[in-house]
Ligand binder design. Sequence first.
Ligand SMILES: [Zn+2]
Length: 748
Amino acid sequence: MFNRRTFLKSGLTTGAAALPLASALDALHLAFAAAAEETAPNAATNLAPRLMGLPARLAPVDPAAESWLQRVRRVGQSNMTEHDPAVMNIEEWADYWHGCQTDIVFISVTGILAFYPSKVKFHRHGKFLNGRDFFGECVAAAKKRGMRVVARMSPDLNWGDALEAHPEWAMRNSDGSVQFNGEEPRLFRTCMFSTYMDDYVPAIMREVNALYDVDCFYTNGWPPLGSLPECHCAICAKLPPANTVAYWHAFNDRLFELWQKYDAIAKEKKPDSFFFANLGGNIHAGPNLDRLGKIAAWFQGDNQGRTNEDPAVWGCTLHGRVCNAVLDGKFAANVTAAYSTGEVAWRNAAKNPAETKMWLNETLASGLTPYYHFIGSEDGFGEDRRWQKVGADYFRWSAKHDAHFRVRRSIANIGVVMGQSTQLLYHGPSTARSHTYMRETTHGMYETLLTGRFAFDYAHEDRLDPEHLSKYRALLLPNIAMLSDRQCDQIRDFVRRGGSIMASFETGLYDENLKSRTDFALADLLGISKAGEVVGTNGNAYYARLERPHAILDGFADTNWLPGAQNRVPLKPVRDAVLTVVPGFVRYPPELAYPPVSHTVQPAVVLRETGSSRIAYFPGDIERTFWLTGHGDLLRLMHNTIRWITEDERVVHVDGPGFVEMFAWETNPGYAVHLLNYTSPNAHHGWMQSVYPLGPQTVSLKLPPGVRAKSVELLCAEQSVPFHSEGQLLRFTIPSVADYEVAAVTIS
Ligand SMILES: [Zn+2]
């Protein structure tokens, strides 16, 4: 046995005798560790953390002061095809969405094909349009039923006649050739820096505004999702090279110039109209999300289902957390594709209902507005109709509980720094540019927080000021490689005010322009200094040798070392290291699989305490290595470390079995605790096939002074549950969770 207790008994390792073990907190952790050994494999969910009181409630909302958009709760779209004017029954279409209690529908204007008799040059009429005003008839049918209308455009592609007249509109390859659409080569890709966006797109918007009563304008297909464009046209040739920081700034400047121009055109007819666009890519988004959050009325997540690159079930909630980091409570929706998304796609066939429903659950849980989507009417209302009941049942159910789904603010106490520039521009320790490295890091951190049932938000790198960070007990920096001096000062300020930090790997080793720094930008704060270039793995990854007892090692027994990570930054020695590096060695042949050097003075973690601030730094890419391997030691080490830096303070505690994602919100009626049940063989791959129900979940919250619970209602089970109040402490039990449950606390 080699754990905290035997450490104390035996004084087994160097440094143990000198260790200040007497603090009450350490004693507490010791008791926890002992309890954990006897009872539970997962330390993070079975011990009783310290419950912190919730902050004073926000002032109530005045419904009269709300915009029409803030009242939108359900969004619908039949994505119209060229053939629809020949076959679509407009009354049936409008009845379906109206019957689902949909507040607003997307109707295609497009830009690739006109769905009305457009007079704008190169706005080609669909071949089944035959002069019919299909768009206008759809708008009238929606309006007759009280639904609002989004005029949906696609400025990303156009046809050969436009290319012939305007060769300058096309995106070009480096050899000067035109970039065509990969699936339909008759369509060329339009360049966002060209006059196509300045002249053609506004002409369509003005034509639509003149002819129809639409409520807002939207562009599909632009800006690009999840990556930056690479174009070599005459205009782009004068811009900084693609995928550099300087290019990113030029891209953002152009994007926001167009956004504001389109928004002004939308408002030419009605001041409460606006423009918005597709924003996919979540944490890998192209547009600067801080700038976007300030100007976007509607933050639209084109994040319709799992992808091969992001195979985990939490893809929608991850997006929701990104939205919430930059929106300041403004409207956001996320699209759920009822059709079969993915690498092998069937755009006209319904996907597994359990998967579709989970994506909708995630939308609501993360505070976004659900938006349901199927392709076309011929297929959507003819060939495969299975999606209809799934969406209708879901929308009608959600409509009964709208008050509890309108979130005011997250009550999380952990902020995960969202390094958008690192996600987009940093390539990881290899030299090849790739988003994969940071995807893996993101998912490793995310799963760690989910399995530990921590309440957390994303904090955007450009919003690290006290106004945005003061609610957090701790900030996590999972390999936030690019940090400016200003951002570092803001993080120092957060720590000075008593906040804690957990950081890893190359955090702060690059500036905001991706220029390498000679030492960590936060070397002073983290108590570290770089001793060499990144060391990767050749065979066996490195190990971390246990040097002395510490709360972050709770639950580890019968081992002198733990797995390290795939890559690490060598550090100069520190005093009283808790873990030291055993350098990696070959895995094969086994004859040579032993450490030539079994003990070094290089730290494998650096821990510091100043007042209430606790700081932990891992020199390895520990989150990412956990994602690649699923090694439970790495998970336990991160859970323990997050608990240590937060002094185990929680704002909401949910105890019970299962792999669950949790959200906790302040709402107008009170509070809402959302539990998403991901316990399934398909949580990490493929689609949900069925539901694996969970047993009782006990929820604890400490309400603000003067606030009393009046009722606790389970919105999915549609039943009330008893609750216990002791002072400000509120406890109740959710007897079981199918795929999703929302415990809505109404206060008096
Ligand atoms: Zn270009």
